[in-house]
Write a protein that binds this ligand. Structure first.
Ligand code: HMG
Ligand code: MG
Length: 326
């Protein structure tokens, strides 16, 4: 058996050789990772994490080479108590010029609070499934789009950048299988409203290579891949495969949560997002540039796992932490 003494030598072997680009030629050469750990990752945590810990967490993420970090949400504190300290978190973090710090906003009430806090970028969210929309935002899918229009009208006046999410793009915990056409319609609606990018959320992680492929192909009939991002929860362990499928179709923005944190309280049984450490390891192995320092990321993953008192859900973190830091 070959024993590899250092993780970096292993990484070199994985990333070796330009010849890889021959079988890898459909992959983009670089991707942007949108770290959603502080928002999607923490929103499901039952015990409120101190605000200073959240701020420290985000500041540490800012040192890893990530270019986008979704830091909190301005949703109703009755619905998501963990995000009630949104203003303190947003105003408390150190903001770097080359990093965007979007926040999730569900309605104009939330937008107004976000504006007071000084946000520059927001993310709005709609659902491809009727029942999830009602459970998550207390309105129908169409009412959700109408609400987003009101948000966008105000946000544009303040020159905010607006990212969009569509949830349940392949499956819904209440409605089951979701037809690609429902997703395509929602994507087009959000793009027409002025979102610069739509993140396709496999909220409960039920997607497989086939369903993800079919869904994105349908969207690509009317939309360019540069307007898309992929957001995979890893409930069924399919996230990396599904992300590869999206990459092969030209998508080059990927959402993830360090340490695999997360889930949506209104999507029963859903676990966290794909772990950012696992994603970065895979991408570097594919010779896809991320700009992210894996070692620093692993340290941050360990920091937040310790803070919430839970073992990491990242396989790469579990494998490499002691090699890097003991
Ligand atoms: P509602 O109860 O229907 O709201 O909730 P309402 O408009 O009837 O207002 C009721 C009260 O809430 C009022 O106060 C409002 O002012 C207040 P009162 O008069 O009773 O004192 N209120 C607010 N307070 C603070 N901030 C606000 C806000 N809005 C109203 N923004 C609402 C409707 C949309 C607000 C609620 O359903 C909500 O906040 N939902 C968000 C749930 C959530 O955050 N889910 C997780 C994020 S989505 C996700 O994780 C999926 C994603 O990751 C992609 C994927 O994985 O698929 C993005
Ligand atoms: Mg999510």
């Amino acid at each position: 058996m070959v024993r590899l003494s250092l993780p970096c030598s292993f990484l070199k072997i994985l990333g070796k050789g330009k010849e890889m680009r021959t079988w890898n030629k459909d992959m983009p050469t670089a991707v942007k990772i949108v770290e959603v750990g502080p928002r999607d990752g923490l929103q499901n945590e039952p015990v409120n994490l101190p605000t200073e810990v959240k701020i420290d967490f985000i500041n540490k993420l800012s040192e890893t080479g990530l270019r986008a970090i979704e830091v909190t949400s301005f949703v109703s504190p009755k619905w998501i108590p963990q995000m009630a300290d949104n203003t303190k978190v947003y105003t408390g973090i150190l903001k770097k010029d080359n990093i965007s710090y979007p926040v999730l906003v569900p309605n104009v009430v939330g937008l107004e609070s976000a504006l007071k806090a000084g946000v520059k970028e927001i993310a709005v969210f709609a659902s491809a499934s009727e029942s999830f929309s009602r459970k998550n935002t207390n309105c129908s899918a169409q009412e959700g789009i109408d609400r987003i229009k009101k948000i966008v009208d105000v946000a544009k006046k303040h020159n905010l950048k607006i990212r969009g999410y569509i949830s349940c793009v392949v499956g819904c915990p209440y409605d089951g299988f979701i037809k690609p056409l429902a997703v395509t319609k929602a994507v087009n609606a959000l793009l027409e409203l002025g979102c610069y990018e739509i993140s396709l959320g496999d909220t409960i992680g039920v997607g497989t290579k086939k369903t993800i492929y079919n869904m994105i192909q349908d969207i690509l009939n009317t939309t360019e891949p540069k307007n898309l991002a992929i957001h995979c929860h890893d409930t069924y362990g399919q996230a990396l495969t599904n992300i590869c499928t999206a990459l092969e179709l030209g998508v080059s923005v990927i959402d993830s949560s360090v340490s695999g944190l997360g889930g949506c309280p209104y999507a029963k049984g859903a676990t966290g997002n794909v772990a950012t450490e696992d994603l970065v390891y895979m991408l570097h192995g594919l010779e896809v540039n991320t700009g992210v320092d894996l070692k620093k990321l692993i340290a941050v993953g360990n920091f937040i796992s310790t803070a919430i008192n839970r073992p990491t859900a990242s396989k790469v973190n579990a494998a490499l932490y002691s090699r890097y830091f003991s």
